[in-house]
Design a protein around this ligand. Structure first.
Ligand SMILES: NC(=O)CC(=O)C(=O)O
Length: 290
């Protein structure tokens, strides 16, 4: 178990643009109650480490796989996982990005991220928009759409003057989503995730650096720790700054990654390399509508 502390560079005088974040890369097993207790203990540890915002991984309360979604699904915010997240946020007076849990709503299932404020109130709910359907012979075949429905909404939330956009795992591959969040003026994109042993080494770091550079935002991803059976997660929870520099990356084992982030860095990069206002939408839009 490692604990890591990193600092982003060039802090400015705008104090309300700084935030201490803890990303929890946790071991996850098949027993929900054990997973929830473990997450609650680690949230408490992160609070002791000074975190104001704590984030968990995709499926932090259950194994990740199409055959598990129905079995572990909960009504949001009525189930035990939301109760734990709400209580922990309130008890410790922090914000929590509650990774994802399988959500049951009407007759459908979703892969859903909830966000909780320091009073224990749910302030955001995001449903995975792009379902993970891939088939790489000799690598990995996975078809989330066999079990899940896709969400249809972008979701943002604010802590003080810092604006966050939410995505989940496979959503990271879709530049359009990240670009829309940039258009909404987000400073940081947070993706609870669980890449795997085929796509992790190939694309995990590259995609995060790409989203960060293209949109001049911080990108945080939170993976479960690598297990030994079933869907094997890549791990490597990561923080990338708006210059595209990887500020921290976990290994494959359980770890808390702390980061003191100064979101004013987004303003600096955007001022120094003003690509967003320089986009030629007059041309792109003409081509797109043809
Ligand atoms: N698990 C996912 O949703 C995505 C993933 O592993 C990948 O895109 O690769």
């Amino acid at each position: 178990m490692f604990t890591r502390l990193i600092q982003s560079t060039s802090f400015s005088t705008m104090v309300n643009r700084k935030i201490r974040t803890a990303l929890l890369q946790l071991n996850v097993g098949s027993d929900r109650e054990t997973n929830l207790k473990h997450a609650a203990n680690k949230i408490a540890e992160a609070k002791k480490g000074g975190a104001e915002l704590v984030a968990l991984s995709e499926c932090f309360n259950s194994p990740y796989g199409t055959k598990f979604f129905d079995q572990y699904a909960e009504i949001i915010p009525g189930g035990p996982s939301c109760a734990m997240l709400s209580n922990a946020a309130k008890e410790h007076g922090i914000y929590i990005v509650g990774g994802t849990i399988p959500e049951r709503c009407d007759s459908k299932l979703y892969n859903t991220c909830t966000v909780w404020n320091s009073n224990g109130e749910m302030i955001a709910k995001y449903r995975k928009m792009h379902l993970f359907d891939i088939d790489i012979p000799g690598g990995i075949t996975f078809k989330e759409s066999e079990a899940l429905s896709a969400g249809n909404n972008l979701v943002t939330f604010k802590i003080g003057d810092v604006k966050f956009g939410l995505g989940i795992c496979y959503d990271l591959r879709f530049e359009e989503l990240a670009k829309l969040y940039r258009q909404e003026n987000c400073d940081m994109l947070i993706y609870p995730a669980a890449f795997n042993m085929t796509t992790g080494p190939l694309h995990w770091e590259l995609l995060q650096r790409s989203r960060a550079v293209d949109n001049q935002v911080f990108v945080c991803t939170i993976s479960p720790a690598r297990g030994e059976k079933g869907y094997i997660a890549w791990g490597h929870t990561q923080v990338t700054n708006p210059w595209g520099k990887v500020l921290a990356t976990a290994n494959s084992k359980e770890e808390i990654v702390y980061c003191d982030l100064n979101l004013s860095e987004c303003d600096e990069v955007r001022q120094q390399i003003p690509v967003f206002p320089q986009r030629r939408t007059d041309i792109y839009n003409t081509i797109l509508t043809k």
